[in-house]
Design a protein around this ligand. Structure first.
Ligand SMILES: [Zn+2]
Length: 134
């Protein structure tokens, strides 16, 4: 009178359905995150007019760079959507006060250190050049 032969396939069906559902959700989340509204931005760091590093923001995650120029040291923070100078020992502190940049064409300039951080890539069509010079 036991119903195990009938129960077993049903159990397996349930497991398969759950697995497929989990996979579908994982795929959906992956696609959703991968094809986000913002296109990939690249932070270009230049010292004294020379490009020293390019950091694709979507690959960098949250990271920071220490850049030296003109005898000053800048600490630049990068996330996947924003870049800013967190700390600098330059006399004007304009680069720190510039705040966060998040759009292509924007830049942070530290004149005393001759350091420029610029965002490239992403969608430039409607924004155009919108430099923040400090
Ligand atoms: Zn500065």
């Amino acid at each position: 009178m036991r119903r195990s032969p009938k129960l077993r396939p049903n159990l397996w069906d349930g497991v398969v359905v759950l697995a497929v559902a989990a996979l579908a959700v994982a795929c959906a989340v992956g696609i959703w995150q991968g094809g986000g509204s913002q296109e990939a931005l690249t932070a270009v760091i230049s010292v004294d007019g020379t490009e020293v590093e390019r950091i694709p923001l979507d690959q960098a995650g949250e990271t920071r760079r220490t850049v030296e120029g003109g005898g000053y040291t800048l600490e630049i923070c990068l996330t996947d959507t924003e870049v800013w100078v967190e700390h600098s020992d330059c006399p004007t502190q304009d680069c720190v006060h510039t705040g966060r940049i998040s759009r292509s064409g924007q830049s942070i300039v530290c004149l005393p250190a001759r350091v420029v951080v610029e965002l490239e890539g992403g969608s430039t069509a409607d924004d155009g050049l919108d430099a923040v010079i400090g």
